[in-house]
Design a binder for this molecule. Structure first.
Ligand code: CP
Length: 322
C-alpha cells in the first residue's frame, strides 16, 4: 500500500507528532538545515512537482528540500504542457510514473480529484493544495513554527489560536483547525460572515475581531482568496445561504476584511502582550495585516517560510521510506 499525504484530517495525533519530530531535526538556529548525513538520503530518486495553480513558497521549498536530500526534481505546470492539449492530470501522473518518478507533489483546484489520484497512482502523492480542500504541509510547518516559538516540544494544550480572515475559501484554515486541535489547542475562527464556513468545524466562532483575538496566544491572518470567490464549490451547494453568498460576491466583489485586519493599534489595544502573528502567505499588506506588524518581533511569517523546507524534507523522507 502506497503512503500518501492528502490531508491532516486523516492523520492521528501520533502521526502528526511523528512528522513534527522528524522535521525538528532539520532546524538549526531557527533556520532550515540539512545535516551532511542526509545530503544523499534521496540520491537516485526523482520527485515531480505538479503545480496547476500558482505557488511560490510551496513549490520552491519542496524543490529545495528535494535537492538538499540529493533527489532530482522535475516541474510540470499548466503552461506549455500537454494539459493545454486536454491531457488529464491522472494521465500526466501516470506518464511521469512510467518515466521513473518516485513521488508526486500535486497542487490543483479539484478537491475530489486528489483522492482519485491518491487511489489510482502507484507512487506517494503529497497534496500541495487541492482547491478549498487541505494544505497539509502548510499546517505542519505552521504547527512546527508555533511549537518552536513557544518552546514546546509536541503539544499545544492550553494554547489559544485564532484564525481570522477568509476562512471558508481557505484550505490552510481547514488543515490548521485539524492540526491545532489534534495537538490540543483551543481554536477560534472568525471573519466576515460571508467568509465563514457553512458546516461546523472543530473550532469556536467569533463574530468580531476583538472577541476573536482577545485571548489568543497566536493569531493566524488569512488573505481573501479572491481566486475562489463564488467558486464552483460554492455554486454546487444549493442552499439559500450559498446563493446569498454568491449574490454578495457578484454585487460587492471582495468581502470587507477591514474590520478584521490587524495593524499596530489593534495589536496594542486588542491583543495579548506576547501573542504571535502568523500568515501562510502571500500577504496582501494593508488588507489583512499591516507591514509594521508583519515586520515586528511578534511576527513569525518568514520563519514559517523557512520551516517549510524542514517540514518538506521530513515529508519526502517519510513517504519514500527513508
Ligand atoms: N502558503 C502557500 O501555500 O504559499 P504559496 O501559494 O506561495 O505556495
Amino acid at each position: 500500500m502506497v503512503e500518501n499525504l492528502s490531508g491532516i484530517k486523516g492523520l492521528t495525533p501520533d502521526e502528526v507528532k511523528r512528522y513534527l519530530k522528524s522535521a525538528k531535526r532539520f532546524i538549526k538556529d531557527q533556520k532550515p538545515y540539512c545535516p551532511p548525513s542526509f545530503s544523499d538520503a534521496l540520491r537516485g530518486k526523482t520527485i515531480a512537482l505538479l503545480f496547476f495553480e500558482p505557488s511560490t513558497r510551496t513549490r520552491a521549498s519542496f524543490e529545495i528540500a528535494a535537492k538538499n536530500l540529493g533527489a532530482n526534481t522535475v516541474f510540470v505546470g499548466s503552461e506549455n504542457t500537454s494539459i493545454q492539449k486536454g491531457e488529464s492530470i491522472y494521465d500526466t501522473c501516470m506518464n511521469l510514473v512510467a518515466m521513473g518518478v518516485d513521488l508526486i507533489v500535486l497542487r490543483q483546484n479539484n478537491e475530489a480529484l486528489l483522492h482519485e489520484i491518491c487511489f489510482r497512482v502507484p507512487v506517494p502523492i503529497v497534496n500541495a493544495g487541492n482547491g478549498m480542500g487541505e494544505h497539509p504541509t502548510q499546517a505542519l510547518l505552521d504547527a512546527l513554527t508555533l511549537l518552536d516559538a513557544l518552546g514546546r516540544p509536541q503539544t499545544l494544550r492550553g494554547i489559544n489560536i485564532s484564525i481570522i480572515g477568509d476562512i471558508s475559501h481557505s484550505r490552510v484554515a481547514r488543515s490548521e483547525v485539524y492540526i491545532f486541535a489534534k495537538l490540543g489547542a483551543t481554536v477560534t475562527i472568525g471573519g466576515p460572515t460571508e467568509c465563514l464556513p457553512f458546516e461546523s468545524w472543530q473550532a469556536h466562532v467569533a463574530m468580531n475581531r476583538r472577541d476573536a483575538i482577545r485571548d489568543a496566544d497566536a493569531v493566524v491572518c488569512l488573505r481573501v482568496q479572491k481566486e475562489r470567490l463564488g467558486s464552483e464549490k460554492d455554486q454546487d451547494r444549493s442552499s439559500d445561504s450559498v446563493s446569498n453568498r454568491i449574490t454578495h460576491f457578484r454585487d460587492h466583489g471582495s468581502p470587507a476584511v477591514g474590520a478584521w485586519s490587524i495593524n499596530a493599534r489593534v495589536v496594542e489595544t486588542e491583543m495579548k502582550k506576547n501573542a504571535f502573528i502568523l500568515h501562510p502567505g502571500p500577504v496582501i499588506w494593508g488588507e489583512e495585516l499591516s507591514e509594521e506588524v508583519g515586520q515586528s518581533s511578534r511576527s513569525l511569517i518568514l520563519r514559517q517560510a523557512g520551516f517549510g523546507v524542514a517540514v518538506r524534507q521530513a515529508v519526502l523522507l517519510e513517504l519514500l521510506g527513508v
